[in-house]
Design a protein around this ligand. Structure first.
Ligand code: BEZ
Length: 212
């Protein structure tokens, strides 16, 4: 296992999942991807997390994002647990849960942090772009359920900044003003940002979100 970093190609793998065997890169196709691990099936926080992801299906689909979960439990365990998730979270799990019993994928993505837990995966999140490059890595402890609104927010930022010469400021949300990247000269601004801009400092230039 080598350290996976932003900009690296997301490691490819073939794995058993609740939706059959998948080859990760093939399964992603031209979509964006979120790969996220959880410590264990039949645990309370994980149950709420996977239920929440299922409820966000429409948000992921409209952003062209495919989601896959992972733990080191087996497919049969995942299937049984999905029934509980659907029942208790009032939803339908409709994304694959990888059964990483041999820890092959966990090792590739460094999802087991032995000083936190020697056998179970932590709550890792990887956002992967359509070129299979890793664009975000976040790791949460087992005791803290993730904020999936934050992941949607990051997807919005990544998809915006991939196509426009802007970056998104602290706490930015879709629809709010953005900053013009330092590589853009003042002369280029009128053409690139016809909605106008405000120069707070020479290095801090604000413009309305260009793609809405
Ligand atoms: C949970 O999902 O609730 C959980 C899993 C492992 C450790 C602590 C909490």
């Amino acid at each position: 296992m080598s350290t996976l970093r932003l900009g690296d190609t997301a490691p490819d793998f073939t794995a058993q999942t609740t939706e059959g065997e998948i080859n990760f890169h093939e399964w992603l196709g031209n979509s964006w991807g979120i790969l996220f691990s959880h410590p264990s099936d039949y645990t309370p926080v994980c149950t709420t997390e996977l239920g929440t992801v299922a409820k966000y299906t429409e948000e992921f689909t409209k952003r062209n994002v495919k989601v896959a979960a992972l733990s080191v439990d087996g497919v049969e365990s995942h299937h049984g647990w999905i029934k509980d998730i659907n029942e208790t979270q009032n939803t339908t799990v409709n994304f694959p849960i990888i059964a990483d019993e041999d820890k092959k994928v966990s090792d590739l993505y460094d999802m087991i942090h032995p000083n936190a837990d020697s056998t179970l995966t932590v709550r890792s999140v990887f956002i992967i772009d359509p070129n299979k490059k890793v664009k975000l890595i976040i790791v949460y402890p087992a005791s803290t359920g993730r904020n999936f609104d934050e992941l949607i927010r990051v997807i919005d930022s990544l998809q915006l900044t991939a196509y426009h010469k802007v970056a998104t400021p602290a706490n930015w949300k879709h629809g709010e003003d953005v900053v013009i990247t330092p590589a853009v000269s003042n002369e280029e601004i009128p053409d690139l940002f016809p909605k106008g801009h405000k120069e707070v400092k020479p290095y801090l230039r604000i413009t309305p979100q260009p793609n809405i």
